[in-house]
Design a protein around this ligand. Sequence first.
Ligand SMILES: *Cc1c(COP(=O)(O)O)cnc(C)c1O
Ligand SMILES: [Zn+2]
Length: 418
Amino acid sequence: MPKKKETSTVKGLVCRECGRPYPVKPLHICEYCFGPLEVQYDYEKIAKLLTRSTIEKRPPNMWRYRELLPIDGFPSVGYEVGFTPLIKARNLAEKLGVKEVYIKDDAVNYPTLSFKDRVVSVAISKAKEFNFNVVACASTGNLANSVAALAARAGYESYIFIPCDLEASKIIGTTVYGAHLIGIKGNYDKVNRLCSEIAGKYNWAFVNINIRPFYSEGSKTFAFEIVEQLGWRVPDHIVVPMAGGSLITKIWKALKEFEKLGFVDRVKTKVHGAQAAGCAPIVEAVKEGLELFRPVQNPKTIAKSLAIGNPADGYYATKAIRESGGWAEDATDEEIIQGIRLLAETEGIFTETAGGVVMAATLKLIKNGIIKSDETLVISITGNGLKTQEVLASKLVEFPVIEPKISEFDELMQNYTK
Ligand SMILES: *Cc1c(COP(=O)(O)O)cnc(C)c1O
Ligand SMILES: [Zn+2]
């Protein structure tokens, strides 16, 4: 194993429940209480190495915050990932009746057009530090694309496990990289359970199982960038799609870390979660004030990327939402499609179904008075619409076809100007 460099800011792993310390190894569960393990940093050391101006001088990618990520020094893959646009959405703001609205647009993240490239570049870089030979994952689609692409770039063999009924683009966007793709007859929770067994038997780096404590830290950069791109301001609200509940948990953690380091004043951001109505265990827990969420046995939604019935970080997502003073909303299939179209028609951004879920949830949060008209709102767009075109195909493929003659066009124009 490579020696830890002087620059490492990681103290070790620690159990989120009982606080027992663990060394920096491919471990993810506490052997005493089965709590999840989390990376622990030396924030005093980070405060000496990292300032707002050192960050600002670095290249525009997620590694400008590398002291707050759990790798030793530089990444071995995914150097170009992150620093996606934060778009001031004036048309949408007007439509929503909210003063300041921004879209954090990971639909154009490099290289596979979803926020998963952030977590995977940390995970595969870490897998390299741990000297694994094979990387793997259980995925609802976007993770599959990202692991396949970044494994190819890193020269790794990859094994990818998915529910067998995913969207065509997510399948092709995995196999094209030469990944070994295995479809499982069953939903994501079944895939994940099988993968936990495989991870115990084969010595592979499962990015979201045995490498999970490191992997999930990559999500923090989504929030670091929002704050920096707002001019080192925290917004009043961030609306976040939830699958396993990791992204929203880490967004909240990231804001608190920037507060701890003095990069922002007191964090008053409310983080709100969004899920599809056909698979909303975290939303249900928040709305009903449940301590523990109730897993959904048979998720049913067009938002396949979010269809996790038993979310690994569901408990912590609920906690983060409550701690921040946020709320949660869900979206039906019809609302998801309307949400996709609203964002496309107002801001020219084509998001996948998960983005439709976030848009629909945002509308409800505004309608219920949780997001107010004079506040700052950031909407998290985490995936690209080109990957889930099936959901729109039946509605948006009709258009007129004419002969290449001006007379025919003139006639057509009559319809437009009527
Ligand atoms: C994976 C995913 C999420 C949510 O991820 P979790 O961290 O598991 O909650 C959100 N949006 C898209 C598009 C995703 O692929
Ligand atoms: Zn423990």
